[in-house]
Design a protein around this ligand. Structure first.
Ligand SMILES: Cc1ncc(COP(=O)(O)O)c(C=O)c1O
Length: 350
């Protein structure tokens, strides 16, 4: 059921909708809705552990990965304070704002390090500098691929950096979009946790994107057992909704849906890239289910005009200006978007 009359291409959701298997699993679980979700929750943890090749005690299930992100920020601040140390969050700018918002809410200081000019990559030197100049514990929150740029960070550089970091530098690697990555050089932080590259890595993942379960609120963190135990003390008890747990389990077992989901996004990416090439609009190389592209004009006006045409897009992510973020959706929704974008070109608006 869609209640919004707009085409929603602004929140990086998955417009395919939940898989039929997820819907069925939820309906079948309704009879157990009066019980606590212990069993499906435990089954989902085991399944996630199996997929990632780690034991169950290296998984923390979240009410969306944003709960895991909040818990990691809180846990590290708490740990630092207990040891009489200061704590700060270091984030690239722009990036997904959740870690920063939580850090602000608990009075932790946040240092924002702008992405590099032109290519919009992580500025390793300045990120490192922000932590080196700080007398305390630093947590780097790094989305890989990043949101809103949709680009990945060089695996070689990131891995070397994490590996050689001092004990008081922690890495929260947000891999919400990792399933979409096509670049063969990409390596997940989960591998680094398994290789024990550093004890200071926590990776978060979500069911909100490829698995099309944003409304069901399921995500997770993977780290070494000690870190997971510490994070768990800041997570809500029984945080996983029964529906979310069974839907996530069913979707993980639904290979056909996952393939369709990936194929749909890849196809939409190719069509949008072809359109942007045709119109001569620059875009960053997307490794996700969204793309950041130039619009050659004022982004706010562009967003308003799209809205007038029934399409929600955007937004602008300062300090990057002149670019709009577009969610890669279904074939039909992309067809509508392409038509409207081309009509904008005819009017000289993009
Ligand atoms: C990088 C990133 N992390 C996390 C999330 C939120 O995930 P969840 O729905 O699991 O809380 C998003 C949502 O857009 C995101 O872009």
């Amino acid at each position: 059921m869609h209640t919004n009359k707009f085409l929603e291409l602004n929140a990086n959701e998955n417009a395919l909708g939940m898989s039929d298997s997820a819907r069925l699993a939820i309906v079948n679980a309704l009879d157990r809705g009066f019980r606590y979700p212990d069993n499906p929750r435990a089954a989902l943890i085991t399944k996630i552990a199996e997929i990632n090749g780690v034991p169950d005690n290296q998984v923390s299930l979240g009410n969306g990965s944003s709960e895991n992100i909040r818990a990691v920020v809180q846990m590290l601040q708490n740990q630092a304070l207990k040891e009489g140390k200061k704590f700060q969050l270091v984030v690239p700018d722009p990036t997904f704002s959740c870690a920063e918002v939580y850090a602000n809410s608990i009075g932790a200081s946040v240092v924002k390090v702008p992405l590099t000019a032109e290519s919009y990559d992580l500025d390793f030197q300045n990120l490192q500098k922000a932590a080196d100049e700080f007398d305390g514990v630093s947590l780097f929150y790094l989305c890989n691929p990043n949101n809103p740029t949709a680009t990945i960070t060089s695996t070689t550089t990131l891995k070397k950096w994490v590996e050689s970091a001092p004990e008081n530098h922690y890495f929260l690697l947000d891999e919400a979009y990792s399933e979409y990555v096509t670049d063969p050089s990409f390596e997940s932080g989960v591998e680094w946790v398994k290789q024990q590259l550093s004890k200071n890595i926590i990776v978060v993942r979500t069911f909100s994107k490829l698995h099309a379960l944003a409304g069901m609120r399921v995500g997770y963190a993977i780290a070494n057992p000690q870190a997971i135990e510490a994070v768990e003390t800041f997570m809500s008890v029984d945080n996983t909704n029964l529906s979310g747990a069974v839907a996530a389990l069913a979707t993980l077992n639904d290979k056909a849906f996952l393939e369709l989901s990936l194929r749909t996004t890849n196809q939409s990416r190719q069509r949008i890239e072809a359109t942007l090439n045709e119109l001569g609009l620059r875009y960053l190389p997307s490794q996700t289910n969204f793309i950041l592209h130039e619009i050659k004009g004022d982004v706010k006006t562009y967003i308003d005009r799209m809205r007038d045409n029934g399409i929600l897009v955007g937004r602008e992510f300062p300090p990057i200006t002149g670019f709009s973020r577009l969610t890669l959706s279904t074939f039909d929704e992309m067809t509508v978007f392409i038509k409207v974008l081309k009509s904008f070109r005819q009017k000289g608006w993009v």
